[in-house]
Design a protein around this ligand. Sequence first.
Ligand SMILES: [Fe+2]
Length: 472
Amino acid sequence: MSPLRGFLQSRSDDIPAATRFNAWVTSGASLECRRHGRCYIYLHMSSTPVTENTRNAMRSALAHARYRSDEIFNLITPDALYSRPIPERHRFVFYLGHLEAFDSNLIGPSFGRHEEFDRLFAFGIDPTNGGLPTDQPEDWPRELQIRSYCGVVRDAIDFSLYETDDFLLFHVAIEHRLMHAETLAYMLHWLPLTQKKSRPVSIDVDPRPVQHSTIAIPAGCVTLGALRGSIPFGWDNEFEANAVEVPAFAIDKYKVTNAQFKEFVDAGGYREKSLWSERAWEWIRSADVRHPKFWLRAGETFRILTMFAEVPFQPGWPVYVSQAEAQAYARWKGKALPSEAQFHRAAYGGAEGGERVYPWGSDSPLPRHGNFNFQRWDPMRVDVHPAGDSAFGVSGLVGNGWEWTSTVFAPFPGFERFAFYPGYSADFFDGNHYVMKGGSARTAAALLRPSFRNWFQPLYPNIYTGFRCVEN
Ligand SMILES: [Fe+2]
């Protein structure tokens, strides 16, 4: 899997076939596993020195990423730009300048910079200290000033792309923007419906209940991370590759659905202290949390808040909850959340002992494999993508919502921070962030590579993240 290949796939209609395939050669890598012998790391597509093809691919990928981030700002009403839909995060207006400030600070020329805006829009917020930001709308520049700054920076970045043969920083800029296209979607989700321009909403009408089951996964060896140099780009936390032996376990075939989680709510799960960690219990008591944030109480039942409308309860959609809520549900069921290694084993383990590039095999991600790459704004039933099943028959592991793991976000052996972005991962190796795997409807295809790791704090309920359970 290659990020660039993902970019190309997502923009394949723009790129001549000759360009699409001539830029790549296949390379393989393998790692010894003490117990199971050779453990194959996915075959990666890595770039040849076909610089112009690579430059064209980067140009296309950058344009696509800008389209995806611009799309969010085009969906909010003018008065919403200075609002803050998630209290712990910046106002929208910050992100309008942030994406360009990031690129400018990373790649921009040393002359002609807007130093004030480069600094003002440099850093986002991770709410680790419990405090909330106190800035006011009038503290921020006007929209026209920011858009003018963005235009100048984009021109400078485009010029830089034509001047270089080293594309590492452009990979960083593109993936940073794609990740923000998703986190901006979370912010858009929590904006009042009256402050966003509406889009068609689709809900599921299939009345059949999801047929849940548990799948036994045999013991095996998994590869976490990637070998340095084996993929065109990976973030610092994706290296080095390491082989991990995973004992046999059983895992849910599908993500936990709204219908399943409602049983937990109806059974009083939010009132049973023994199911929660001390910190999580304090949170649900103090914030009066009684159900997932995406649910709206409607008498005896619930409705679902989608991106653009309130809709009837969708029993077959995956439930999106914080990691603390996922943990409480798993405890209530007498089960557990999968570790990062267990997720990898269920997703990428091959029936013959090797490992796959994607759960479904080596084909590039397509809509039939799952709900990802901006196809939709909302989830789908958990059982509608059998073509995306893993070798063991586990379904929906990539797309339709990230999945919480029980693994604390930490460096792999051999981790080295990026010199140009030292805090990207290391600032979060604090024991208070958990690894998420898979991807959501708003996750770019480029980020679906097996080594990609996402992470959030356990009490954060605002994101498209669900879970499934394991039995050890
Ligand atoms: Fe950022």
